[in-house]
Design a protein around this ligand. Structure first.
Ligand code: MUC
Ligand code: MG
Length: 380
């Protein structure tokens, strides 16, 4: 086997508790399941990627267990023996052989670029055109499910200087209750914080039309995926109201979907997510569509752990404009540290590592303690 060939594909499911319940319209998370993909080359070089979603199958069509199964059964045979000095060739082969499975493709591409960056001695950002910035603005999501607790949490974040922009997860309760919750938080924080809301597709178009003027009056800066992902014409009608910028999230499945949304004037802003786009290069193509169409960008998350978060950051660092900032706070929602050296968050920003590849090193003890199969592994 060639020295740079993939010798072994390893997939690991981790269950990591969250610091508090995280309440979305589609699920309440008490923990996050992180799928790590490790590609081991014959010469000992190793790359890591992450395939993470939210609430099992409640957010989208790929579950953590499904991501692992797809990689073990279908990606691995195509990867074993492949030359990692040609990541684009490998990804082309995977895309031609495997339909959909965008989260799994993203995890594998992340690991391939981690390897390539390590071999060339450059961060992943330099494989994606080169970084423009070393720090990315990061908001925090208030999603405890309780207004007073959310206000206290935001006050603590503002006081510590860690965040000054907040996303509120709504759509689970009746519209008037959600609007009252959002307005109370904005009233308490005033001009000290930017407030955005994410409905995760929960509203009908009629409900959204009722809510938008009230949210605008409350001072909300951005409304994310208020209605179903496929409702492009409805999104266009909400965007045309011109009350608050409307952002597409679940509607985006890569550059082609972004092109269709842009042609239909169905969003003011795109939430760029490497997993939803099917990988870092597809996400970069999606960013290009947005830039060409005059659609603003936001750096989204699937609440990934540090590997997916830094893969996203490596891409976002290459974008000339990221007008609405990012939400790359996933590792801060977890009780456990998965890296040897924790990520650096300060002054509302995440620092993008500058070491080769992703520039992060996994904490092997934490991985061993959190992996779902730990009991079966120790008993054999
Ligand atoms: C989503 O829908 O954007 C991002 C932040 C958060 O709390 O949930 C996610 C997913
Ligand atoms: Mg969203």
């Amino acid at each position: 086997m060639q020295a740079s060939a993939i010798e072994r594909v390893e997939t690991i499911v981790l269950d990591v508790p969250t610091i508090r319940p995280h309440v979305l319209s589609v699920a309440t998370m008490q923990s996050q399941t992180v799928v790590l993909v490790r590609l081991h080359c014959a010469d000992g070089v190793e790359g890591v990627g992450e395939g993470t979603t939210i609430g099992g199958l409640s957010y989208g069509g790929e579950s953590p267990e499904g991501i692992k199964l797809a990689i073990d059964a279908y990606f691995a045979p195509l990867l074993i023996g492949a030359d990692t000095t040609r990541p684009a060739v490998i990804m082309d082969r995977l895309r031609r052989s495997i339909i959909d499975n965008r989260f799994a493709k993203n995890a594998v591409e992340t690991a391939l670029l981690d390897i390539q960056g390590k071999r060339l001695g450059v961060p992943v950002s330099e494989l994606l055109g080169g970084r423009i910035r070393d720090r990315l603005p990061v908001l925090w999501t208030l999603a405890s499910g309780d207004t007073a607790q959310d206000i206290a949490e935001a006050e603590a974040m503002i006081a510590s200087g860690r965040h000054a922009a907040f996303k509120l997860k709504i759509g689970k309760r009746p519209v008037q209750d959600d609007v009252a919750h959002v307005a109370a938080i904005k009233r308490a924080l005033g001009a000290r914080a930017s407030i955005r809301v994410d409905v995760n597709q929960a509203w009908s178009e009629a409900a959204a039309k009722r809510a938008l003027p009230l949210l605008a009056e409350a001072g909300v800066d951005l409304v994310e995926q208020p209605i179903r992902a496929h409702a492009t014409a409805g999104m266009a009608r909400l965007t045309a109201m011109g009350l608050i910028p409307i952002m597409a999230d679940e509607a985006l499945h890569g550059p082609e979907s972004g092109y269709a949304l842009a042609c239909g004037q169905a969003a003011d802003v795109f939430a760029l997510k490497i997993a939803q786009a099917g990988g870092l290069t597809e996400a970069k193509r999606l960013a290009g569509v947005a830039q060409s169409a005059g659609v603003a960008l936001y750096g989204g998350t699937m609440l990934e752990g540090p590997v997916g978060t830094i893969a996203s950051a490596q891409l976002f660092a290459t974008l000339p404009e990221i007008e609405f900032g990012t939400e790359l706070f996933g590792p801060l929602l977890l009780t456990e540290e998965l890296l040897v050296e924790p990520l650096h968050y300060a002054d509302g920003c995440l620092s993008v590592p500058s070491g080769p590849g992703l520039g992060v090193q996994l904490n092997e003890d934490a991985i061993a303690a959190l992996r779902r199969d730990r009991d079966s592994r120790t008993s054999v």
